[in-house]
Design a protein around this ligand. Structure first.
Ligand SMILES: Cc1cc2nc3c(=O)[nH]c(=O)nc-3n(C[C@H](O)[C@H](O)[C@H](O)COP(=O)(O)OP(=O)(O)OC[C@H]3O[C@@H](n4cnc5c(N)ncnc54)[C@H](O)[C@@H]3O)c2cc1C
Length: 386
């Protein structure tokens, strides 16, 4: 479970080779301009890496989560960032698991080639935040359509996606029998929707993430675009979240490895007081400690991915992997910053950019407190807190 298959080892090499065409200068330029890394996304698409999880019968590689995690880890340990397109890998899982045969035939082959981008995921709302059951966006059946009204926030990549998977309320909360019922999932074709009831507004953030607010104003979506059964959408969305958490955790492991390698190199080379700074244990220890954290978190990432691939329940492992890996990457980022002293602030070293980028993962796609609360309630059987 903790060592790679020869196929995954080979794939890691191929990803690293691709990433070597996208050095720090490429990412710095995109970061300054808050521009979408189109060339990088194209290269990953052409190489087939974003179709790793799509079964071969729909034109993908039919690989498991362990392989997909290895791809994302390598992207991040190479100094690149997969957030512009990682969702193309996993949002399609909602269609694959819970969509109809017709939806699978229509969308998956085109997502596999990159002809269609499905990398926007509309769940979070400004009013309800982490409380997904409190979301207010409504979808009301009207003839052959659903009419959508409401607002989402942090809908990343909406401007660079053809399709969005949207979670909306189809039955008011006070009328449902089970509190988790009443939400439904839709495929929104944004190429048709923008200007016809869908408005996208970019949010400028501390990282280059192409995230947005989206507004729905009487947007009509064909009823055949509903995924699965009306009112059961929360379950379909939750089914995909564990895979997402493992993949994000793998990106954190990649970031941590990048920081650790960079810090170790610099600590050995940089001389102050006529000796390498890395000779001082005050400099060594934070690097060594975050390395140990990273190795431990990586084991949990590998365990969660292996369990997913074996079809086992792995919600606790996915959550722990995401929490531990995001904390390890932050610890490694801090060690790397401190080791570089003032030079850590210079953009040309890429440290401050990676440091900003890796901070996100303690908050999104799920914040640490909510993971702890999940473990406390569902694994340790402590009293429910909310
Ligand atoms: C750059 C970026 C990209 C994103 N991309 C997407 C996307 O593509 N699609 C999407 O749907 N969402 C996206 N998100 C949203 C993200 O998933 C949320 O920001 C995250 O889940 C936290 O929700 P919130 O911001 O509403 O925080 P809130 O729910 O308002 O919580 C704020 C703080 O309070 C804590 N808190 C809240 N309730 C409790 C509790 N009961 N116990 C203890 N602590 C609690 C939280 O842990 C958090 O630290 C993105 C966010 C960012 C910043």
């Amino acid at each position: 479970m903790w060592s790679d298959t020869p196929e995954i080892t080979q794939m890691r090499e191929a990803v690293r080779a691709l990433c070597s065409d996208f050095p720090g200068s490429y990412w710095r330029e995109k970061d300054r301009a808050r521009a979408y890394p189109e060339e990088f996304v194209d290269a990953l698409t052409k190489a087939g890496f974003l179709a790793a999880l799509i079964p071969e019968e729909y034109g993908g590689s039919g690989l498991g989560l362990s392989a997909a995690a290895a791809i994302l880890e390598e992207i991040h340990s190479s100094g690149c960032n997969a957030s512009a397109c990682h969702a193309q890998m996993y949002i399609m899982g909602t269609i694959l698991r819970d969509g109809s045969d017709a939806q699978k035939q229509e969308y998956l082959p085109k997502i596999a080639t990159g002809e269609l981008r499905l990398q926007a995921f509309g769940v979070t709302e400004p009013g309800s935040g982490t409380n997904t059951l409190g979301l207010k966006t409504t979808a009301v059946r009207d003839g052959d359509d659903y009419v959508i009204n409401g607002q989402k926030v942090w809908t990343s990549r909406a401007e660079y996606s053809d399709l969005m998977v949207l979670l909306a309320r189809t039955m008011p909360q006070d009328q449902v029998q089970k509190r988790t019922d009443g939400l439904s999932v839709f495929i929104v074709d944004m190429r048709k929707a923008v200007g016809n009831g869908l408005t996208i507004k970019p949010i400028r953030t501390m990282i280059n993430h192409s995230t947005t607010e989206v507004y729905f104003d009487d947007l009509r979506v064909p009823a055949m675009n509903i995924i699965g059964e009306e009112g059961k959408g929360l379950r379909y969305i939750l089914n995909g979240m564990n895979a997402e958490r493992v993949l994000i955790a793998a990106e954190c492991i990649g970031d941590a490895r990048w920081f650790t390698a960079k810090a170790s190199r610099y600590a050995s080379e940089r001389e102050v007081f006529d000796r390498p700074i890395g000779q001082n244990q005050g400099v060594q220890f934070p690097i060594a400690r975050s390395f140990a954290q990273t190795e431990a978190a990586d084991l949990m990432v590998r365990k969660a991915a292996a369990m997913f691939d074996a079809g086992e329940t792995m919600a606790a492992e996915a959550n722990m992997a995401k929490m531990l890996a995001s904390e390890a990457s932050w610890a490694a980022g801090e060690a790397c910053m401190q080791t570089h002293g003032g030079f850590a602030f210079a953009e040309d070293y890429d440290i401050e950019r990676k440091w900003r980028e890796t901070r996100l993962y303690q908050i999104a796609p799920i914040s640490t407190n909510l993971i702890l609360s999940y473990l406390a309630e569902h694994v340790l059987k402590l009293p429910r807190s909310y």
